[in-house]
Design a protein around this ligand. Structure first.
Ligand code: HXC
Length: 301
């Protein structure tokens, strides 16, 4: 991953150093989507602290992410479960002690599996609610004071166009807009995530903290999609989209994805950069769906 050219993991529209002096705290930061988000922020000047359950995976991801920019400080804190507030709080404190602040938060840790309702035990349902919904709440609770401090220290907009602070971002999904078979647990959990962010946006907006959500669609090459779609289904979707693109002048037309392609982790990294940039200074309480328009067809058609 670290041998990638920058344009492969981030759009060339972004300017070097726009996050210089800022620190990102990212739960699930070793995962496919959140590591891509973190890599983009670090490439553009931020330092970062990534949190995960698996010690080796989290520390290795931190080392890998740090390679994108000379002098980047990226720490990986493993053995932290977002379901446990106390360990999360300790991780946030360590982040501030070692890196100096928490200016951006990504609540990205997620747990999911495919199961019919009949196959879900109450504990299975609760497990996903606990990781995704309670985990987002715990992440917010463990970091919000730092975000308020950051927002006060980096008031936006400012004439120098220096990097903003005090940004909270949750990673959600689109399933709960319509419901999705085999995903009752995740749909319920992500509805809760969106709802928490709405409240943070209203309660903390006046204190300068901007809270938003990114709702990714199907993202190729991720563990989440591997769990949801078989390799054959992915191939079929790609071939179908490619065929539609052969028709001159018509972009997209894939049965499920109006843009005609699966999403990439770069799509989510770019959306993240936008929401944390000075360009999004007045974007608060927003859900940015990054799925090529697929959610508009989820109910059918
Ligand atoms: C039914 C299942 C199950 C399955 C587990 N359970 N897998 N039930 N079908 N496939 C049940 C167990 O039987 C148990 O209930 C309960 O769930 C808790 O299981 P544990 O294994 O004890 O939980 P835990 O060790 O905490 O693991 C959590 C996990 C696991 C969610 C089950 O898969 C995990 O750690 N996942 C993290 C990584 C991950 O999921 N990544 C994908 C995220 S992607 P009982 O009743 O037996 O006690 C994502 C994106 C979605 O979320 C959107 C894409 C567009």
């Amino acid at each position: 991953m670290s041998k990638q050219q920058p344009h492969e993991f981030i759009s060339p529209v972004w300017r070097d150093g726009i996050f210089k002096g800022r620190v990102a705290f990212v739960t699930g930061g070793a995962g496919d989507i959140c590591s891509a988000q973190t890599r983009a922020l670090v490439y553009l000047g931020a330092d970062a602290c990534i949190i995960g359950r698996n010690v080796e995976k989290t520390e290795a991801a931190a080392i890998d992410i740090a390679k994108v920019r000379k002098g980047a400080r990226v720490i990986g804190i493993g053995n932290v479960d977002v379901r446990n507030f106390e360990t999360l709080k300790k991780a946030a404190d360590r982040c501030v002690a070692e890196l100096g602040s928490i200016d951006f938060v990504i609540a990205g840790a997620a747990g999911n599996f495919v199961s019919p309702l009949a196959g879900l035990s109450p504990n299975a349902f609760k497990t996903v609610i606990d990781i995704d919904t309670l985990g987002t709440f715990n992440t917010m609770k463990a970091t919000i004071d730092h975000l308020v401090e950051s927002a006060a220290a980096h008031v936006s907009p400012n004439p120098e166009n220096s990097p903003p602070g005090g940004r909270f971002l949750a990673v959600s999904a689109t399933f709960h807009y319509t419901g999705l078979p085999l995903q009752a647990h995740l749909s319920a959990a992500k509805a809760g995530v969106d709802s928490i962010v709405n409240s943070v946006a209203l309660e903390y907006g006046p204190r300068g903290v901007m809270a938003n959500v990114i709702a990714p669609g199907p993202i190729e090459g991720t563990e989440g999609m591997e769990r949801l779609a078989s390799a054959d289904a992915v191939k079929e979707e790609r071939e179908s989209a490619a065929k539609m693109r052969l028709r001159p002048g018509i972009r997209g037309g894939s049965p499920g994805i109006p843009s005609g392609r699966w999403g990439t982790v770069r799509d989510i990294a770019d959306a993240t950069v936008f929401l944390f940039s000075a360009a999004a200074d007045n974007v608060n309480g927003h859900v940015l769906v990054v799925d090529g328009g697929a959610w508009r067809r989820q109910g059918g058609s």
